[in-house]
Design a protein around this ligand. Structure first.
Ligand SMILES: NC(=O)CC[C@H](N)C(=O)O
Length: 189
């Protein structure tokens, strides 16, 4: 669990309930001890800057290239992307991991929809739709050929996967539904 900023405790609760062995990651040497990393929701600019300050950006990129699984939710989905723009289209000048072939638009759902909940069908998840909580969520506006789209809201991609990397615009750690976490655990197992 990347533990620099954001809703770390909420993700840890879900992972603990699933019986996953977890540790908070703040230092590069810890990347050697893990099979997967969750990057939480929060503020992507802040998390990106902290990745730099904690000397984690390059080691994490290298570890991802080496097969580390990563689940990025909301701000975490932004950090995984190769390109990010602000809601008005200006380029977001912020550190990104550039691990997934995706372009994201921050805070994409507009003012009235700043936060909303919806029932979402996610490919690969059985047992009915997930209740998805969106909070100032990014839209995944472009996904390259290596990326599988797993869920959309209207025409907008909100869950996608590239190899062992999984990104969701919404916050699966804020509900009682752990199926997306389980999907990630299966991916890296
Ligand atoms: N809930 C969230 O993680 C919001 C993400 C935030 N809007 C960002 O751009 O970083």
């Amino acid at each position: 669990m990347l533990a620099l900023q954001g809703d770390v405790a909420e993700h840890l609760r879900v992972l603990d309930e699933l019986g996953v062995r977890t540790m908070p990651v703040k230092h590069a040497h810890q990347l050697e001890a893990i099979d997967g990393l969750v990057i939480p929701g929060g503020e992507s600019t802040t998390i990106g800057k902290l990745l730099g300050l904690f000397d984690l950006l390059e080691p994490l990129r290298a570890r991802i290239a080496d097969g580390l699984g990563v689940f990025g939710t909301c701000a975490g989905a932004i950090l995984l992307a190769s390109e990010a723009v602000h809601h008005d289209g200006r380029p977001a000048d912020q550190p990104l991991l550039e691990a997934m072939d995706t372009s994201v638009r921050r805070n994409a759902f507009g003012r009235q929809l700043d936060s909303f909940e919806t029932d979402l069908d996610v490919a690969g998840i059985t047992g009915g739709p997930m209740k998805a909580v969106f909070i100032r969520a990014p839209a995944i506006e472009r996904a390259g050929v290596a990326v599988d789209v797993l869920a959309t809201v209207g025409d907008t991609i909100v869950v996608c996967r590239q190899g062992r990397l999984l990104a969701s615009s919404f916050h699966p750690e804020l509900t009682d539904d752990s199926r997306l976490h389980e999907l990630f655990v299966d991916l890296i197992r």
